[in-house]
Design a protein around this ligand. Structure first.
Ligand SMILES: [Zn+2]
Length: 287
């Protein structure tokens, strides 16, 4: 499917993409020219539900004014080269630019902070790149086929993509709200984990508080993921209050584990986490 300025349409409309029977089709096979104007003919594997039809309308509006050149065969174009030709040289330079870009480097540094268990850092890295096996990702990769299997394992009310599961699901919302109250912080969310993580901690300029807040991010996403898996594989219901308490305990243990001279108690951490992070006399520092 074609993409426009703001990114690939398959990523913007993942459910429609999995329902499309024209995933490999060229533009020419997905519409025709009628009296000089182009008309799309998008075909779905089954009848769309109302809310899916609403998304399809949005998609139609988005592609309605795309100019399709006539008399020129469809071809793939590599947008990162001015002539449209793919080369490993341009791909390599693109990848290294992405990694070196200040935005990427800063996030990379925060994610791979030795404060956190490496399996959690690896999970966070995959999460911000949208590579964890959420149900929608499994559908997109063709590992599951039934659209109903794309629904959120926790609430069943929306598609399970990373943005929903970790930011907008009612479970995630409850947990984040409880964390914000605990830290006296303000959290605003988008639907995208990369951007939300990038802006996380923007409410404070203190390096240690940002680090501690990153610790909360890691603990929350890791704990939600484990609880979600327990619900799927062990049929264990999620108790939000207990999950929140576990997040408080887990974050405390992670911080304590990297510094055996850490002077604060769990009670201090629960009552005033910011004070526990701000002390820089060597006894309360993260590193
Ligand atoms: Zn949900």
């Amino acid at each position: 499917m074609i993409g426009r300025g703001e990114g690939c349409l398959a990523n913007k409309f993942p459910r429609l993409y999995t329902l499309s029977i024209g995933k490999e089709s060229t533009c020419n096979q997905m519409g025709k020219n009628i009296n000089g104007s182009w008309e799309w003919n998008l075909v779905w594997r089954r009848k769309l539900f109302d809310w899916e039809a609403e998304e399809a309308k949005q998609l139609q509006r988005m592609i309605a004014d795309v100019k399709i050149s006539q008399g020129k065969p469809d071809a793939w174009e590599w947008v990162h080269d001015k002539d449209g030709h793919y080369s490993t040289k341009t791909a390599y330079s693109l990848l290294t630019q992405e990694q070196r870009g200040s935005r990427g480097t800063e996030i990379f540094r925060r994610i791979w902070n030795p404060l956190f268990p490496s399996k959690v850092s690896a999970f966070n890295w995959q999460l911000v790149l949208d590579r964890i096996p959420t149900r929608m990702n499994l559908l997109r990769r063709g590992i599951t086929k039934d659209m109903e299997e794309g629904r959120c394992a926790i609430c069943g009310e929306a598609d399970e993509n990373a943005g929903h599961l970790f930011l907008n699901c009612k479970c995630a919302r409850w947990i984040w709200k409880a964390c914000a109250k605990w830290w006296g912080a303000k959290i605003s969310f988008g639907t995208d984990c990369w951007n939300t993580f990038q802006n996380f901690g923007a409410w404070t300029k203190n390096k240690h508080t940002i680090e501690g807040w990153d610790c909360i991010w890691n603990t929350v996403i890791w704990s939600i993921w484990l609880s979600r898996n327990q619900k799927i594989f062990q049929d264990k219901e999620i108790n939000l209050r207990k999950l929140f308490e576990l997040i408080q305990l887990r974050s405390f243990l992670w911080i304590k584990a990297t510094n055996d001279r850490y002077a604060f108690s769990l009670t201090d951490w629960l009552i005033n986490p910011i004070v526990c992070l701000k002390v820089t006399n060597g006894a309360g520092r993260l590193h």
